[in-house]
Each structure stands twice: as structure tokens, then as C-alpha cells.
Ligand binder design. Structure first.
Ligand code: ADP
Ligand code: ZN
Ligand code: ZN
Length: 687
């Protein structure tokens, strides 16, 4: 229904609109503009805040979400179009959800429309009707029956009893194997008993199958909604609807699950809160961990950040008294102790083909005892460098400032001749037979990755079953899940793997962890590198000795007395964190300052640099905000674009926010087309 043109006198003074004033709404649409759009409501439609509506936008039909209702329009009445339809096939989005979206949009400097629409599963962004399959509402099952696997230890009981009531942020600092998962299950049980919803966030898809199984086993009658980006459209929509309708008592997912509407939310758990995957690296660059804390505040419920190696931000928040720390200092399984961590000095026991003698001897011992060993090397592929020793040529990526990684032929024959791959842009090429510069046919693979380590071990221990686990060996989720299940049952004698093997897994027969080339991270220029290294080494060490048989961890290094390793040997996260925080404080890094980074990409580096310079000059920074000079990224060219960034810091979060808001308003309206840019608030990666 169209509105009649109002007399001029009235339209210049919209406040005096007599009857139609109630029918104007403001709608968030996914367009790259930070404003909301005004529409009018036909008399017979009652659309409220949180409703999805179909509207005409230019020549298109779009789905929008009502953010404001009964507003006095700013547009002249004649220019206000009526909405096309109300979409009531999904529940109205609740007020706390809209509040969360407003917060995320403001804090991470993205338009509200993009934030709101982007948080919906694809099906709900589409103007097409929802498929009938997902519309079937499930009867509300009571679903609170809980089958615990263990009697809780005293320490676990203490934690479960402490986490109650209204908003409170807890750091659950529990060593690896301390039974954090068991604590989560008991907290969820308490939540379901009250008929409420629990949100459990986990870092990686690869971790979810085991955890999902534990939850299903513990709560066979409860509705569990699984949420991650690997789901099919329909599954994702159903899970989202079950969460939004309050039917799913348990919502288990990766970072995007923090964006689901949850009308009965009463508990949030962020497992492995330190994990970098909680930070979204495109579009709305939110931290799901930080969003979870904000959300708990909105919902007035507790949030539990669980980890063996807290992020320094979280640790600092505990020191400041913002979070309460709950400790699980010992392993939960009877008789299980933390593994013994030892350094193997590469200067005394030099590595051959990557391995010190000591490491090989210990693997041998495990083989004779029928126990498993895990060799951790954080690099996939066969070798990181293919080089010509005659002229010094190395295989580089044509589109990035990076070397190509040599990948050998794999058993699955998806790569029968081997190839060169760029780990930054995904480029792939054939392995040259001869040096392209001098014609030398004797090209050398230098350094080693998981494939080469696997080859070395298979040759050294011919009878042993060597299993490699990295992103290449485990392309599909189901496959990875099967392999991991096999390892749990004892299949495989020596496991070779990257980070993928470090996290969360519970392998009962594993008693030895060997770490190859951890030293590269010690010399990194990234101030977060030590924090990450400590976390990954503590995680991977945590795989050893989770039952009665004691575990041992061997770290091959040239710096056996490095303080980071010394802290690992003592299982002393607190000592490590204290030293790191002192360094960060002295150097003026987060968490002692708040940071944001403006990044630009363009075909030419000068374009990106000039853009950043102009951007910095366009807004005067207040005294509390420090704007650094733009610098090219370490990996300057990626996928054919040159990259640079400009870092901004402040000890005052509001001052930085205010500055960023002005800056981004300018950029959204005035940025040149040749430049791709984004703002990253609280960035954690700088490569
Ligand atoms: P985390 O998540 O802290 O690494 P898990 O929850 O995976 O630890 O528990 C480690 C192991 O200890 C698991 O095998 C688990 O079944 C066992 N476990 C946990 N709680 C108890 C308990 N109260 N009594 C006995 N075993 C337990
Ligand atoms: Zn050459
Ligand atoms: Zn590349």
C-alpha cells in the first residue's frame, strides 16, 4: 500500500504527522552503508523490532531486520516505500540479540546491516521461503536427564558449585586432562534442569565430533544444535531455528554460534578460550570470546572461559579483578599425572634427518611397550624450500612474497607427482625437473614438514604403523574423525602431526610427545609468538600420559635454558604469564594498550601506503590515541596484491573507539576503488 503524498507543510515537519507516524520502521539491510532504511507498514501488517521483512531496495528484493519501530521518519513521506511482506516463518529476533549486534557493529566498525544480516544463516537472508523441512517445530522435550561418566573430584565439584547465578566471568584454568569437559557437562546439566539453554563454543570443527559424542551420551534426551560453517544449508538452518525457538537446550559450535539468538540463555562456555580461531578474520572481525562475555552480561548469566593456557588478555582481566579464576591444578583421571617435560640439546645430540638420538631411542621404547608416540612439527608438506645449490635459486610463489612448499605424492593419489604449493594463496604448480635459472637438475628439498618426517620414521621403524595427521591428510571431517577414533582405540604406533593433533584429543595409549623445530618461533618478531608457542607446546604435551602410564615430552632445541622452556618444564603458566606481561608492559603492547589496525591492499604498494597516509591525515587523532606510520606487511605481496598496515594504540578504549568511528565513517564514504581496506579491532595477526 502506497502512502498518499502529504501536504508540504506537514512533510517539512514530520513530528506533526498525525496518524501514519506509528507505521514507519527502520530496517537493517546488507548494503555497504552504515545507516538504516525507512519503510512504512501497510495497515494490516504489524512488524516489530526483530522481525524479518522483505523490502524493495532499488530494483532488488531484500530481506531486512526491523531495528526501530514507530519512528518519526526523516525522509519526506513521498519517498518512503512500504515493506513488501513480513516474514514470520522464523521467530522474532530478541532484544538482547539486537543489542549484541549493535555492540558488535559499533565495536568492530562494520555497518549494522551487514552485521545483522551476516549473523543469519544463508537461508534466512534469502527472499525465498524457508524449506518446509526446517519449519516443523519439535515438541518441547524435557530433555534434562543427565548421565554422568565420573564422580567429580573435589576440585571439579568446587568449580561446578561456584558457577551459578547472574553475570560473572570465570577463567577456568585447568591443566590438560584436569576434566574441564566433565565440569562443562555438569554445568550444562544444571542449566537444562532449569529449562534453560547452554551455549558451548569450541575452536575447531575437528574437535567437535568427540565432544559432540560426549554431550549426546551425557544428555541423550536433550536437543543439541550443532553450529559450524561446515554444515549443509538445511542442517544449519534447522540448528539455528532450534536455538532461536528455545528448543535446543544445548548449542555446541564454533565462533559463529555466539551469534545465534538464544531466548533462554543461562550459561556460556568458551572452551580453549586462548585459541586464535575465535577471532573472525574477515568481514565483521569479531572475537567470539569477547562477544561471549558481552553476551553473558546482556543475558545476566555466567560465562566460563576454559583453558590450560589462558590468553594474556584473559589472564590480565583476572589480575584486574574483572574475571574470577577457578583452578583445576591436577589431572582428573585416577593415577594420571602431568607429563615430564625435557629438553634435548641439539648442540650435544645433533639431529639427523630431523631427529636427535635420544628422541629415536624413546620412540623405540614405546614401540616395544606397545605405547603410542606423537611427533609434533608445525609445518605440513614435504619440505618448505626447494632450492638449487648451484646458483641459489629457490622456488617462490609468483603472487606472494613467499616460498613454495614442496608436497610429495600422497598415498591417496590426489597428488600423484607431487607439487609445489603456496600456503598463503593456494597457488599450485608442478615440480620443475631442473633449475629455471641455471639448468641444474639436482634440486634440493631443504628443511622438513610432516610428510618428510613420516617418511623418515617409516624407514627407521619398518614394522611400525606411522600415521600422519595434518590438513592434507585429513581433508574431510568424517575422514579425520575416523582416523582420530582409530588412534583412540590404539591404531597407529607413531603419529606425526601439526597443530591439528595438539588440541583437545584424548589418546589413552599415548605416552611420548616429541617436538621438532620449536626454535623458529622463539626468534619471531611477532610479540604474540611466545604466547602461542607456550600454548601449543603445553597443549601437545598435554596429549601424553593421560591415564596411569606416565607421559614424557621431549623438546629438541638449541636453547635448552630458554625461560619459556623452563616454564614449560615446571608446568608454570603463571610464571610464564607474569614474565610475558612484564615484557608487554615495558614495550607498550596489549593488554596494556588497546590496538586497532587499518590494512590496505592494492596492486601497487605505493597506492596502499598513500591510502593509509591519507586516512591517517583525514582525522585528527586525540592526544590519547597514537597513530603509527604505515608499514608494509612482512608478507608484503599476497595473491598478487601489495599489503600495508597502520597500527593505532590507546590506553583508553573509549578514545580509540571514538577515533575509529570517525576514521571509518570517512573511509566508508571516501575510499578509492583501487584499494581494498579493512579495520581490525583488537587484531591478533599481523602477517
Ligand atoms: P580436559 O578437558 O581438562 O583436558 P577431560 O575432560 O578431557 O580434560 O578429562 C581428561 C580425562 O579425565 C578424560 O579421560 C576423562 O574421562 C577423565 N576424567 C574427567 N573427570 C574425571 C573424574 N572426576 N574422575 C575420573 N576421571 C575423570
Ligand atoms: Zn640454479
Ligand atoms: Zn602465493
Amino acid at each position: 500500500m502506497r502512502m498518499k503524498r502529504l501536504p508540504t507543510a506537514l512533510s517539512t515537519n514530520p513530528k506533526s504527522l498525525p496518524d501514519r507516524g506509528n507505521s514507519c520502521i527502520r530496517v537493517a539491510l546488507d548494503v555497504p552503508l552504515s545507516k538504516l532504511f525507512e519503510y512504512s507498514l501497510p495497515e494490516e501488517i504489524d512488524a516489530r523490532i526483530g522481525d524479518r521483512v522483505a523490502v524493495r531496495f532499488g530494483a532488488q528484493q531484500k530481506i531486512g531486520v526491523v531495528i526501530e519501530e514507530r519512528v518519526v521518519p526523516e525522509l519526506p513521506a513521498a519517498r518512503i516505500k512500504s515493506i513488501s511482506a513480513l516474514r514470520d516463518d522464523a521467530p522474532r529476533l530478541p532484544a538482547d540479540w539486537i543489542a549484541l549486534m549493535r555492540f558488535l557493529s559499533g565495536y568492530y566498525q562494520r555497518p549494522l546491516g551487514e552485521t545483522v544480516i551476516g549473523a543469519l544463516p544463508p537461508r534466512l537472508r534469502s527472499t525465498k521461503p524457508l524449506p518446509r523441512k526446517v519449519l516443523k517445530e519439535e515438541p518441547h522435550a524435557p530433555g534434562a536427564r543427565f548421565f554422568a561418566r565420573h564422580r567429580l573430584t573435589e576440585a571439579q565439584t568446587g568449580v561446578v558449585e561456584r558457577v551459578t547465578g547472574g553475570f560473572n566471568a570465570f577463567l577456568l584454568h585447568g591443566v590438560t586432562g584436569s576434566g574441564k569437559t566433565e565440569v562443562y557437562l555438569h554445568l550444562v546439566a544444571k542449566t537444562l534442569e532449569r529449562g534453560m539453554q547452554a551455549l558451548i563454543l569450541v575452536p575447531e570443527i575437528s574437535l567437535t565430533p568427540q565432544l559432540e559424542a560426549r554431550f549426546r551420551e551425557a544428555f541423550p534426551e536433550a536437543r543439541l544444535a550443532l553450529m559450524h560453517s561446515g554444515l549443509e544449508d538445511i542442517e544449519r538452518t534447522s540448528a539455528w531455528l532450534a536455538a532461536a525457538r528455545g528448543e535446543a537446550g544445548i548449542v555446541l559450535g564454533t565462533r559463529l554460534a555466539v551469534l545465534a539468538p538464544l531466548p533462554k540463555l543461562a550459561l556460556i562456555v568458551v572452551d580453549e578460550e586462548h585459541d586464535a580461531s575465535f577471532k573472525q578474520q574477515e568481514g565483521l572481525r569479531y572475537s567470539a570470546r569477547d562477544a561471549a562475555v558481552y553476551r553473558a552480561k546482556l543475558a545476566g548469566c555466567p560465562v566460563v572461559l576454559g583453558t590450560a593456557t589462558p590468553s594474556l588478555e584473559t589472564w590480565h582481566n583476572w589480575i584486574l579483578g574483572r574475571y574470577e579464576r577457578l583452578e583445576l591444578p591436577e589431572r582428573a583421571s585416577p593415577g594420571a599425572r602431568l607429563p615430564v617435560v625435557r629438553m634435548v640439546d641439539l648442540r650435544e645430540d645433533p639431529a639427523e634427518q630431523g631427529f636427535c638420538k635420544k628422541t629415536l631411542q624413546e620412540i623405540e621404547k614405546r614401540l616395544t611397550r606397545g605405547e603410542q608416540s606423537l611427533i609434533f612439527i608445525n609445518r605440513r608438506g614435504y619440505a618448505p624450500v626447494l632450492a638449487c645449490e648451484a646458483c641459489g635459486w629457490t622456488a617462490g610463489c609468483g603472487r606472494c612474497t613467499a616460498r613454495m612448499v614442496l608436497h610429495a605424492a600422497d598415498a591417496a593419489r590426489t597428488n600423484p607427482n607431487g607439487s609445489l604449493r603456496c600456503h598463503h594463496c593456494g597457488a599450485e604448480g608442478a615440480i620443475p625437473r631442473a633449475c629455471p635459472t641455471c639448468g641444474n637438475v639436482d634440486l634440493k628439498a631443504m628443511g622438513r614438514g610432516t610428510q618428510r618426517v613420516e617418511e623418515t620414521l617409516a624407514a627407521r621403524f619398518p614394522g611400525a604403523r606411522v600415521v600422519r595427521i595434518d590438513r592434507d591428510s585429513a581433508r574431510r571431517r568424517a575422514e579425520l574423525s575416523r582416523t582420530l577414533e582409530g588412534i583412540r582405540r590404539g591404531e597407529g604406533d607413531i603419529l606425526v602431526g601439526t597443530q591439528l593433533l595438539a588440541k583437545g584429543h584424548d589418546f589413552p595409549a599415548l605416552t611420548l610427545v616429541g617436538v621438532l623445530n620449536a626454535d623458529t618461533a622463539l626468534v619471531s618478531t611477532d610479540y604474540r609468538a611466545p604466547e602461542r608457542l607456550f600454548a601449543v607446546l603445553a597443549q601437545v604435551s598435554g596429549r601424553a600420559g593421560r591415564r596411569e602410564r606416565p607421559g614424557e615430552v621431549l623438546i629438541q632445541t638449541r636453547y635448552p635454558r630458554h625461560p619459556l622452556f623452563a616454564a614449560l618444564e615446571r608446568h608454570d603458566f603463571a610464571g610464564f604469564a607474569q614474565a610475558q606481561l612484564a615484557e608487554r608492559k615495558a614495550a607498550g603492547f596489549p593488554p596494556f594498550v588497546f590496538e586497532a589496525s587499518l590494512r590496505a591492499e592494492a596492486p601497487k604498494l605505493e597506492t596502499a601506503m598513500a591510502f593509509l597516509k591519507n586516512a591517517a591525515a583525514s582525522v585528527r587523532a586525540p592526544d590519547e590515541v597514537r597513530v603509527f606510520d604505515p608499514v608494509p606487511h612482512l608478507l608484503t605481496r599476497r595473491a598478487g596484491l601489495e599489503r600495508a598496515q597502520l597500527v593505532m594504540q590507546s590506553t583508553s578504549r573509549p578514545a580509540l573507539q571514538e577515533f575509529l568511528t570517525l576514521l571509518s565513517e570517512n573511509l566508508f564514504t571516501a575510499a578509492p576503488r583501487a584499494v581494498r581496506w579493512h579495520l581490525d579491532v583488537d587484531p591478533i595477526e599481523f602477517d
